[in-house]
Design a protein around this ligand. Structure first.
Ligand SMILES: [Zn+2]
Length: 481
């Protein structure tokens, strides 16, 4: 009797143990899901990204919120990249909250960013474009829904990644000019560098900063080989060359289509549909105009967009097509808020701005002086300090950082060099919009990206403070803190 009880208990223990082990391993299956939802604004609404507002006249290609959910069985991460020029923290906080209610994913495990296409609906106020509140509500719902749908589409998956390279489409756009070149700024002073100096400008001396040609790319497939998504990253401001008043996802959307063609050529199954995603890296001072090159003829609309997308998709595909695959991986997220000072205008700055605005013919501000005087008056009402969300995601041996600004490339290169994770890449314009993020050195040089406006207002030491937090969080992830 005793022994049979023992045997019974032992076998019960064994059964429980084995059932537990089974359910543990079942829970630990790595899963991924992706989805995209349209966020196209209506004809007649506002397009931002320019110093004067533009009205939507036509939709060339629909714009999207593109979502990816990763799930290691314990931790879930959600990423959404939006075809927008920029989007405010308030809007994204609401979208995260809604997505969290439906999926249970904690909001701090979600990253939502804008690509920086300059041919999208206005989602937040910048220069002379203001958002329609109804469109902002629509973005909240569609962004959340993209993430909820990606979560719903989860399937057992394998992950791989690689880092491609495309050097021919990235140029530093800030230039030192030859001594004696006038570089007036809209505040009555002189800068030491010039943005977009003009091709074949005889006064150009040398670029004021480096480039980052890397195309880090993460590839998700189902365990039976069906492509789910590619999340790529490139440090290029945007391409442009769209038709006037036309909505387009710029090269980010064309990349998504092209990488889809490349990965799907291996596999015809496509349900749920494959989702290509291009996130913006650190491109605050980078565009794709070859400043020291020769003048070329203007291309037909969308031709440059397609050619950049083709090149970057090829670089991405060659990095991932034979990359080692894993079906078990550890995910983790860290989020921290940082409080930074605002470069508020002085009483003297305000007096000068009031004088300029009073003299302007209006209602639209025309000259740079008028436009920046108006911005000075808007910044007068800004708080003295703002809180920014910073994030670091660990995906096995890969790390992603996220910054809510148009980040100078020097900052991305420093993160890549000092991070204990190889590879590491940054997603900019993430979780909100706090203007340009130049380094302290670039603030001293001046130039467009440093001109005080709602598009550039963080304290001059912001980059150093943000780098310090992100590197600490990367090291904490590495040491398992
Ligand atoms: Zn920009």
């Amino acid at each position: 009797m005793k022994s049979s009880v023992c045997t019974f208990l032992l076998s019960l223990l064994f059964l429980t143990g084995s059932a537990l082990a089974q359910s543990n391993s079942a829970n630990k299956v790595f899963q991924a899901g992706a989805a995209k939802s349209t966020i196209t604004p209506k004809i007649g609404s506002s397009i931002n990204g320019n110093m004067q507002d533009v009205t939507v006249r036509h939709v060339h290609d629909d714009i999207h919120a593109r979502a990816l959910v990763l799930d290691d069985g314990q931790t879930k991460l959600g990423f959404v990249v939006l075809d927008l020029c920029m989007v405010s923290r308030e809007t994204l906080d609401k979208a995260k909250q809604r997505a969290s209610e439906f999926t249970g994913i904690p909001v701090q495990n979600m990253m939502m960013s804008a690509t920086h296409t300059h041919s999208a609906g206005t989602a937040c106020g910048v220069f002379q474009s203001d958002p329609d509140p109804a469109y902002v509500d629509f973005i909240v719902e569609r962004t959340a829904d993209a993430l909820i749908r990606a979560h719903e589409n989860r399937a057992p998956a394998v992950i791989s990644w690689g880092v491609g390279k495309e050097e021919s489409e990235v140029f530093n756009r800030r230039w030192y000019m030859k001594p004696g070149t006038a570089m007036p700024n809209p505040f009555g002073g002189q800068d030491q560098v010039k943005m977009n100096p003009g091709v074949e400008n005889p006064n150009m001396d040398k670029p004021a900063g480096p480039i980052d040609p890397e195309v880090p790319s993460i590839f998700l497939k189902t365990v039976d080989g069906k492509p789910i998504a590619v999340l790529a990253n490139y440090s290029l401001h945007y391409v442009g060359g769209t038709g006037p008043g036309e909505i387009s996802a710029d090269y980010y959307g064309a990349f998504a289509d092209r990488i889809g063609d490349l990965v799907l050529s291996e596999n015809t199954l496509n349900d749920p549909p494959f989702v290509g995603i291009m996130s913006n890296g650190t491109s605050g001072d980078i565009n794709n105009i070859n400043w020291p090159g020769k003048k070329t003829e203007a291309l037909p609309h969308y031709e440059k967009i397609r050619s950049v997308a083709d090149k970057v998709a090829s670089a991405s595909y060659s990095a991932i097509k034979n990359a080692p695959q894993q079906n078990s991986i550890k995910l983790a997220a860290k989020q921290e808020e940082i409080r930074l000072g605002v470069r508020k205008p002085t009483a003297q700055d305000i007096k000068r701005a009031e004088g300029i605005v009073a003299k302007a013919a209006g209602p639209t501000m025309q000259s740079l002086e008028e436009i920046y005087a108006r911005e000075t008056l808007l910044l007068r009402d800004y708080p003295d300090q703002v809180d920014l969300i910073l994030q670091v995601f660990k995906i096995g041996d890969l790390a992603i950082t996220a910054i809510p600004a148009e980040v100078f490339v020097e900052i991305g290169l420093e993160l890549k060099a000092k991070s204990p994770f190889k590879p590491t890449f940054n997603i900019e314009l993430a979780n909100g919009y706090n203007g340009y993020l130049p380094t302290a050195k670039h603030h001293k040089l001046g130039g467009y990206e440093t001109w005080r406006a709602r598009s550039s207002y963080l304290e001059e030491t912001a980059a150093d403070k943000i780098l310090a937090v992100l590197l600490r969080l990367l090291n904490d992830h590495k040491s398992g803190k």
